[in-house]
Ligand binder design. Structure first.
Ligand code: NAP
Length: 852
């Protein structure tokens, strides 16, 4: 007789539940494992449609926790078919005696948290109630088929099949008239097989999908060799990779090569017959629509090369969504199938289904009769299986109601209000965007270790904090925001199920980065979790990820370069270093015209670069001062940012090469700034600009020069300024603000580099002068409207924030943005860091606003 009170209840005996069962036994927890089917295998138990096959190679889609399996089990193919994967699951279950620990044909009807007993009550379809301390949903991401949302489905009297619930005995379509609705992975894999048997096959397509041939054969020899030579390294690389397969990340932009070169590279990836190789060819196809178009066009070209009827080829070619933004497919002979005379493609956009009838389907102006209808219409993905299990947490709140507007989890593993509930590959974890085997093993390991930790430390409950959960939601959104995934109506976005909230369900920041976040949480004493026992409580509240994900990647990359600190260099070396770094960045958008010239500074001529919009002039003008700590940089060094501001704000930008320290220390830069403003004002018409519409702008030390210039202009009756745009300005050299310490290391501009800049520019006494430290001016009243952007992880954040506050207090119209998750340099990194783009848009909008 099974125990009715156990340590852990696990729902599901797919690969996740099976491994967890093994680990629970190993670590000595009592358990019940409940499975709705009558065998192990999960996804591979249910999805038995013809042609069902994994799209990750067998070298990677297998367990790693039992090294003996690698000797005892040999895969026959590169991409294993469903029967072989199911046999593998059964083999593992037999080898480890897992069958004896699983209760089959047992569904969970509901679960309630008992706050007094600190235990879950689980109600099963057999009428039993089991109580447990920990409740684990190992229910899979694609396990609940989507409810049919087509008119009249119940009327059809012929045979109906759903790909995700295929009959175990198989189906013979010989001589039959068959309709298949849906052209996702399941449709695309099954259609060629159904076409081989059917007398007549009509495929109803709402959205064409990207698909590539699997070129199936033996497992990829190079990877088999790598595995044999050093399995530990291979598996480590997989665990810390982007997708759970150890592929080298591309460093090539699709926009940096010609289309011929791009197609050559894509052809090489195509020939490998591996889904991830194609998406991995270019570094920017997931984040840049134009880069993605290169891949998409390659794929469309492939369709045209196979499908003989050009009109059908066009219908089979995706245009509305980017490559990869809906799960791309791997097929065997899919597009070739449409060359067969008995196969027809119906475009549901032109001929929508009016109704399923008793004998067939009415669509467009036609009615057709069928013997069988196959629904390959997908799943209520990621959350369907979890919310349908009726989970009620603290205070009677159900998970379904909590997730009404989108799933809220911490790390995709846990959720506030649901203590001791764990989800394996839940929403907010990489799950379906990864090799599921790697992600499953990571989650099982994390849960096992947490349970052991709690037992050893006498904690009864674990629950994430609201702060941590909200922080994770924000981080997941930040990750999604820098990609183009949100443009597509995909099941990743919940868009396939009517009424489902439209959010990005999986975590798109990558398997390795995700794993590191989970590891960091544990290393920091379960950061963001509250652990409680009968006599003690522990809560290290906080956020595990705050820096914008693309900024974080750049920081990680830079840290691998072991670059010397700039403050250890001479000014000449630092200038050369800065120029060399600038040469490697993208150039920024096109503008109407770029010309170089000289203007009159405070003590001689200064170079300037003029960026003219492509629209007819005359234009408003922004006199721009570059960053570089008054020591390095020039009129060309902020080129991408100046182009971007020019193009987006329709403003003529004049970037000034003011004199630099230590050769020309304070107040040279300030005096040059003011002189440049006066010269531009006097020569505005000749430059093609409007003298009555001049603003100043600058970044970092250039922001300091801009702010000081605005004050000098106010104080000495200089030209009337329409506004000042200050990005991370230096405003106060007289004392250190908290952010100098808080953000003093790791974020490119360091505390010691800032000190180096100041030491070259101004003496401690000079720094008290408002022309060095504009925050110290006796009054800020009468300054022009201001847009001031500070960055959360900038050492200069607090002095910028203080300047914004002081301006407001002085009655100046100020728009102040503290860019969340950004560092001192990130907003200037045009076309490199997508997360900076919204802030540059706002800066350009503010600039336009100064002149309106
Ligand atoms: P899917 O990708 O969601 O595809 C469902 C298809 O049905 C889509 O073409 C969809 O059109 C269409 N559809 C849905 N509702 C419809 C309606 N009311 N009227 C007309 N058409 C409708 O589902 P899936 O093919 O089962 O695949 C789901 C996921 O499972 C895959 O993306 C993949 O991650 C996984 N999978 C993997 C493999 C593999 O490893 N090889 C195989 C199968 C599945 P829209 O696109 O317009 O919504």
């Amino acid at each position: 007789m099974a125990q009715s009170d156990v340590d852990v209840v696990v729902v599901g005996a797919g690969f996740a539940g099976m491994y967890l069962l093994h680990e629970l036994r190993k670590t000595g927890f009592s358990y019940r494992v409940l499975e709705a089917g009558d065998d192990v295998g999960g996804t591979w138990y249910w999805n038995r449609y013809p042609g069902a096959r994994c799209d990750i190679a067998t070298t990677d889609y297998q367990y790693t926790w039992d090294p003996e399996l690698h000797e005892q089990w040999q895969w026959s193919e590169k991409h294993a078919a469903q029967p072989e994967i199911l046999r593998y699951a059964q083999f593992v279950a037999k080898k480890h005696d897992l069958y004896s620990g699983i209760e089959f044909n047992t569904r969970v009807d509901g679960a309630q948290w008992n706050e007094v007993a600190k235990r879950w009550s689980i109600h099963t379809s057999t009428g039993e109630t089991i109580t447990c301390q920990h409740y684990v949903m190992a229910t899979g991401c694609l396990s609940v088929p989507k409810e049919p949302d087509i008119n009249g489905t119940e009327k059809f009297t012929g045979n109906v099949y759903v790909t995700g619930r295929w009959p175990h005995e198989g189906v013979d379509f010989t001589g039959k008239r068959v309709a298949v609705i849906g052209t996702g992975s399941s449709g695309i894999q099954s259609i060629p097989h159904i076409a081989e048997q059917a007398k007549e096959l009509v495929v109803f397509q709402r959205t064409p999908n990207f698909s590539m041939p699997a070129f199936n054969g033996p497992p990829p020899q190079d990877r088999v060799e790598r595995l044999k030579a050093d399995r530990a390294t291979y598996e480590h690389e997989a665990r810390y990779s982007g997708t759970g397969v150890p592929l080298e990340d591309s460093t090539v932009s699709a926009l940096s090569v010609t289309q011929d070169e791009a197609f050559e590279m894509l052809e090489e990836a195509w020939q490998k017959g591996e889904l991830l190789s194609l998406g991995n060819t270019f570094m920017d196809s997931a984040i840049n629509r134009k880069a993605n178009d290169v891949v998409a066009e390659f794929m469309r070209m492939k369709v045209r090369s196979v499908v003989k009827d050009p009109a059908v080829a066009e219908l089979l070619s995706p245009y509305k969504h980017g490559y990869g933004t809906k799960r791309p497919c791997m097929d065997t002979g899919y597009f070739e199938t449409f060359n067969k005379p008995h196969v027809r493609l119906v475009d549901l956009n032109a001929q929508p289904i009016r109704s399923i009838t008793e004998t067939g389907i009415d669509f467009g102006k036609e009615s057709m009769e069928f013997d069988a209808i196959v629904y390959a219409t997908g799943f209520d993905a990621m959350t369907g299986a979890i919310v349908s299990a009726n989970i009620t947490g603290k205070n009677g709140v159900t998970l379904k109601s909590k997730w009404e507007h989108g799933p809220l989890t911490y790390l995709g593993l846990t959720s506030v209000g649901f203590p001791n509930l764990y989800m394996i590959t839940g929403p907010g974890s990489p799950s379906v965007l990864s090799n599921m085997m790697v992600s499953i093993e990571q989650h099982v390991d994390w849960i096992r270790d947490t349970l052991v930790h709690m037992r050893e430390n006498s904690f009864d409950t674990i629950e994430p904090t609201p702060l941590a959960e909200e922080g994770w939601r924000v981080h997941c959104t930040d990750c999604a925001d820098i990609t183009i995934f949100q443009e597509a109506n995909s099941w990743y976005m919940g868009a396939n199920v009517p009424g489902k909230p439209r959010v990005m369900f999986p975590y798109i920041g990558g398997v390795g980065r995700y794993r590191m976040a989970c590891e960091e949480v544990v290393a920091k004493g379960y950061l963001g979790f509250e652990l409680a026992g009968s006599t003690k409580k522990q809560c290290n509240d906080g956020l595990v990820r705050q820096v914008q994900p693309d900024v974080d990647m750049v920081l990680d990359f830079i840290s691998t370069l072991n670059l010397p600190a700039m403050e250890t260099m001479s000014p000449t070396e630092a200038r050369a270093f800065s120029e060399a770094s600038s040469a490697m960045r993208p150039s920024g958008p096109e503008v109407g015209e770029i010309t170089d010239g000289v203007l009159q500074g405070a003590d001689g001529e200064l170079q300037y670069r003029l960026y003219r919009p492509a629209t007819p002039g005359p234009h408003p003008i922004a006199v721009y001062f570059h960053g570089g700590g008054w020591v390095f940089g020039s009129h060309t060094s902020d080129d991408p940012l100046c182009r971007d501001l020019c193009a987006q704000s329709n403003t003529l930008i004049i970037s000034v090469n003011y004199r630099h320290a230590p050769e020309a220390p304070f107040p040279a830069a300030a005096e040059d700034g003011f002189a440049a403003l006066k010269w531009v004002h006097a020569n505005a018409a000749a430059l093609g600009g409007l003298a009555e519409k001049i603003a100043v702008a600058g970044w970092s030390a250039g922001g300091n020069v801009a702010a000081v210039t605005a004050q000098m202009s106010r104080d000495t009756g200089g030209p009337q300024i329409s506004g000042q745009l200050l990005l991370c300005p230096v405003t106060d050299g007289s004392h250190q603000h908290g952010s100098h310490i808080e953000n003093g290391e790791r974020f490119i501009l360091t505390k010691s580099l800032m000190e180096w800049f100041w030491n070259h520019y101004a003496t401690p006494e000079q720094r008290k002068n408002p022309q060095a430290s504009p925050l110290l001016a006796s009054s800020l009243a009468g300054l022009p409207p201001t847009m001031l952007v500070t960055c959360q992880f900038d050492p200069l954040r607090d002095e910028g924030n203080a300047y914004a506050r002081a301006l407001m207090q002085a009655g100046v119209k100020v728009e102040h943005v503290e860019a969340r998750g950004h560092i001192h340099t990130s907003i200037t990194m045009v076309d490199m860091l997508p997360s900076g783009a919204p802030h540059r848009r706002e800066m350009a909008r503010a600039l336009r606003g100064f002149f309106s």
